[in-house]
Design a protein around this ligand. Structure first.
Ligand code: WTA
Length: 667
């Protein structure tokens, strides 16, 4: 495979503050040294954390790809995020500024400010109840299905304090998806809220949780955080309100942090793919926190007087790493916003920046494109001059969105990058590192790999590609923050990530490197869909569809979307006796939303009579995808019936005009 690629712009931009400036050639030299001795290099970073017991080896690589970082070492994430600050002046520093979504017309906005001291006491009280009343210990797993409220990080920290593992399920997932993940993680306690608020709508989380638990026999108890105050059903043998069970716990109760091994699991977070059930990525403690410590400093350059805002939801990995553990470990004041960035007016997000004097902003290309669409007049209504650094994450950023954001929010003078990473990597691996060295920005690039990370772009045979030739992104060395395994499926962990290019981690992304050695990530090489930066497996959509009595077969693929990057559409073959009619299509849309969750809204469903398949009857999603993108369909020697391609094309073209999707190559 040798696809040549052209730089959208070869423009280099420097921020106003050039203190850490390093020519890119010099950066590569420094980087090379860090990679040559990557184990020593990362040990130097890990030493900056506080360990109860030092490790006896930096890396146990005796059983690849099941690497263990800092074996023998003992530490605790909750201790690092709380106790370490509690015992200093930071006790009275604000840890979390929380803003709720609703806006009262005549009153102030709902804002809560919690100091490190407040957070420390609350987490101790919760940990106390979890241990004494619920018997939670090391070895147990707690499920978290919560809206964006301060209790969310508190629960994560309380679990970590006890050495227990937690698993978060994004609140946009349905009862079925929730149940599937809870069962896979063997969670026995679920913590949820009465409801969450988004765009003025109430998402009745407790109601969904009740339904999920019917299909999750491992689940014994539910704790409910009262947030919205809506009426909910409580099963008194099983459910309790957080405020009831903590009522009599003394304010200053102390729960000693469990000394956990560096390679113990901190959490399981599921990601979905093109086949099979969602994969539960298991993250460790020592390696994970080491990577977060490094990237908070190098990438975000956090300082004690900063207000830092990551606009993600804690339901995804970005929130785990860069709303909870990263910022709190560094003692940062971190902003947490409950709702939609453009609600009730398109300037909500800029008003938050202005009112809380945000200095560092971490957001997504989808968010930026929606700001752009609303126009810069909304931005100009507010003072964003406090912003001194920005990054985006989740999907490739188009140069226009980059320039718009840099101009209107960054006033053409602040560092702004596109950090590449994934649920599996635990933290940022490819990015500008303005807190360490500043190299020139280019609109749309991800920049070089961070120190200590040996990233490469390779061809089908694992050979390094020439500059500007498209290939696959691989990470050639083990890194702190890498997964321990896929929960309950180590073979799959090996197969998915470590088999294609032996010895290297296969990320599943297309990438190129330019002549300056900057990476440009071009999107997924598999059929994983990125809707608004959220990772959605085609498997989940398809398996929901084929559970419907009218559906025989289904193929889900992504089509480009101006704001969300891409959105899913599905091609469906009906069972005999069913015919295409508008009500059925409507029903199928609703069916998928109910089974997977609102996050999985299909843009369009196409009813077809055949789908491209191999002779062994496997649907060739790749061919369907090429057709909707208007790209060459490639090698079809295994295709069973070529007329099926025409059928898909016809169905797509007929509706294309109507629904306004663009049929053009993505990256
Ligand atoms: C994509 C999100 C281009 C990529 C943290 C990756 C990106 C997937 C970027 C992981 C970026 C993430 N530029 N693409 N800056 N950041 N991606 O697991 O395709 O939700 O494989 O983790 O997002 O998605 P995940």
């Amino acid at each position: 495979m040798s696809v040549n690629w052209t730089l959208p712009f070869d423009e280099k931009i420097l921020p106003e503050d050039k203190r850490n400036l390093l020519p890119i050639g010099d950066y590569h030299k420094v980087h090379k040294t860090s990679v040559a001795n990557y184990q020593q290099f990362w040990a130097g970073v890990a030493q900056e954390l506080e360990w109860y017991k030092p490790w006896n080896r930096i890396l146990d690589d005796s059983n690849p790809p099941f690497y263990k970082w800092f074996p023998g070492g003992e530490l605790n994430a909750s201790q690092l995020c709380l106790d370490r600050h509690y015992n200093t002046w930071r006790r009275n520093k604000i840890a979390i500024i929380w803003e709720g979504e609703p806006v009262d017309n005549d009153g102030p906005r709902k804002v809560r400010k919690l100091t490190y001291g407040d957070l420390y006491h609350e987490v101790n009280r919760i940990a106390h109840v979890l241990r004494e009343t619920y018997g939670i210990r090391k070895g147990d797993t707690i499920g978290l299905y919560l809206p964006m409220i301060p209790e969310f990080p508190m629960m994560m920290l309380a679990a970590a304090r006890l050495g227990a593992c937690f698993t978060v399920i994004f609140s946009g997932f349905s009862a079925d998806s929730l149940a599937e993940r809870l069962v896979d993680a063997d969670a026995k306690l679920l913590i949820t809220a009465d409801a969450g608020l988004r765009r003025g709508n109430m998402i009745k989380l407790k109601e969904i949780a009740d339904k999920a638990v019917e299909n999750a026999p491992c689940m014994e108890k539910i704790i409910v955080v009262k947030h919205v105050g809506n009426d909910i059903a409580m099963n008194h043998d099983r459910d309790a309100f957080l405020h009831d069970i903590t009522r009599n716990v003394p304010h200053n109760v102390y729960v000693e942090p469990e000394k956990v091994a560096s390679e113990d699991p901190l959490y399981i977070l599921h990601t979905s793919g093109t086949t099979g059930r969602p994969k539960g990525q298991v993250h460790d403690v020592g390696g994970y926190l080491t990577l977060l410590h490094a990237t908070m400093r190098w990438v975000f350059d956090v300082k004690d007087n900063d207000v830092y805002w990551c606009t993600a939801d804690i339901g995804w990995v970005t929130g785990h790493s860069y709303i909870v553990f990263g910022p709190l470990m560094e003692g940062v004041t971190s902003l947490m916003y409950e709702g939609a960035l453009d609600y009730p007016e398109p300037d909500r997000w800029v008003s938050i920046i202005e009112r809380h004097r945000v200095n560092i902003l971490y957001t997504s290309p989808t968010a930026i494109r929606s700001f752009m669409r609303n126009g810069e007049d909304w931005v100009k209504k507010h003072d964003t001059s406090t912003i001194r650094l920005m990054h985006s994450v989740g999907e490739p950023i188009n140069p226009e969105a980059f320039r718009w954001m840099l101009r209107h929010v960054g006033h053409d003078k602040v560092p702004f990058g596109s950090t590449w990473w994934m649920t599996e990597t635990g933290g940022i691996l490819v990015s500008h590192t303005p807190g360490l060295y500043m190299v020139p920005m280019k609109p749309g690039t991800n920049g070089p790999a961070i120190p200590g990370i040996d990233a490469d772009v390779v061809d089908d045979h694992g050979q390094t590609q020439k500059p500007l030739e498209r290939g696959y992104l691989v990470i050639r060395n083990p890194w702190p923050g890498m997964p321990l395994t896929i929960h309950k499926d180590p073979e799959r962990y090996k197969d998915v990530y470590w088999t294609r290019f032996p010895g290297s981690f296969y990320a599943g992304d297309y990438a190129v490197r330019d002549n300056d050695g900057y990476f440009w990530m071009l999107g997924r090489a598999d059929e994983v869909i990125k809707v608004a930066g959220h990772r959605l497996g085609t498997y989940e959509l398809e398996s929901a569809l084929i559970q419907h009595p009218a559906v025989a077969e289904a193929a889900a693929v992504a089509v480009p979307d101006e704001v969300k990057g891409e959105v899913p559409v599905a091609f469906v073959i009906l069972r005999a006796g069913h015919t295409s009619r508008p009500e059925l299509e409507k029903e199928l849309h609703q069916w998928v939303r109910e089974r997977v969750g609102p996050v999985a809204s299909l843009k369009q469903i196409f009813i077809v009579s055949k789908l491209p398949k191999t002779r062994s009857a496997k649907i060739m999603r790749r061919v369907v995808h090429a057709v909707v993108l208007g790209q060459p369909i490639g090698d079809v020697t295994t295709l069973e019936d070529e007329a099926s391609v025409e059928e898909v094309r016809r169905a797509y073209m007929e509706l294309k005009q109507e629904i306004g999707v663009q049929s053009q190559g993505s990256a």
